[in-house]
Ligand binder design. Structure first.
Ligand SMILES: [Zn+2]
Length: 199
C-alpha cells in the first residue's frame, strides 16, 4: 500500500536527500541518481523533485550503504536491522512505521551486490547499481513492496543478464516480447499514477 508523506512535505513537492555514502562504488552514483530520478519523473509528469540536502537535519531522506547492518536514528532513538550486503536490492525504511504518514526515510544500499554465476558469484557492475539506487528512490516517494510493478525500474521480479564482465551485467524484467534490460531507465504510467495519487 502506498503511504503518503506528512502534509508539509507533500505540499512542497520536494524530497531533500542527505548523502551518507562514505566510500566505494556507490559514492560516484549519488548525484547521478538524483538527476536521473528527476528526469524520469519529469518524463511521466510526477510532481516530486529530489534535491540534495546540505545537512542530515535538513533532509527528508538519508541514503547510505550497509555492510551487514542498517543503522539509523529517528527521533533520538537508534535502530539497527540486519541486511545482506550481497543482495541485488536495497532497502528503504519509512519512519514512523505502520500506516501513519512518513516523516523520514532511510535508504540502505547493499555494499557489494553480487551476481550469482553457475558455480560462484562476483560483484556486479554499474548498470545494476544504478537500477538498485533508482528503485529505492521510487520507494522513497511512499510506495511499498506491494506496489512493485512488472515492467519498469520499480519491477519487483528482476531478471538478470550475466555479462562477461561486471560492467556488462544487466538487470531487467520479462516483457511481453521477451527480456528487457536497463538502461534506459523509466517508470510506467501505472507506477507514475500510484505516486501521483499520494502527492
Ligand atoms: Zn522494491
Amino acid at each position: 500500500m502506498p503511504r503518503p508523506w506528512i502534509s508539509q512535505v507533500r505540499g512542497s513537492h520536494r524530497l531533500s536527500v542527505f548523502n551518507n555514502i562514505s566510500s566505494g562504488s556507490w559514492s560516484q552514483l549519488f548525484t547521478w541518481g538524483i538527476d536521473e530520478i528527476n528526469r524520469i519523473f519529469r518524463e511521466q509528469g510526477v510532481p516530486v523533485l529530489f534535491e540534495r540536502a546540505g545537512s542530515r537535519e535538513a533532509a527528508n531522506v538519508e541514503v547510505g550503504v550497509s555492510t551487514g547492518r542498517a543503522s539509523f536514528t529517528f527521533r533520538g532513538q537508534a535502530y539497527s536491522l540486519e541486511m545482506d550486503q550481497h543482495r541485488m536490492h536495497g532497502r528503504t525504511y519509512k519512519a514512523p512505521g505502520g500506516n501513519s504518514e512518513i516523516e523520514s526515510a532511510f535508504v540502505f544500499l547493499p555494499a557489494d551486490p553480487q551476481m550469482t554465476l553457475p558455480r560462484s558469484s562476483r560483484s556486479t557492475g554499474i548498470h545494476v547499481l544504478r537500477l538498485i539506487l533508482l528503485h529505492e528512490l521510487v520507494h522513497c516517494t511512499g510506495l511499498s513492496d506491494s506496489d512493485h510493478s512488472n515492467n519498469d525500474i520499480f519491477n519487483g521480479y528482476p531478471d538478470y543478464h550475466i555479462g562477461d564482465t561486471a560492467a556488462d551485467d544487466r538487470i531487467g524484467f520479462m516483457g511481453r516480447d521477451g527480456r528487457v534490460f536497463f538502461p534506459p531507465y523509466y517508470i510506467s504510467a501505472e507506477t507514475a499514477g500510484k505516486i501521483r495519487r499520494i502527492w
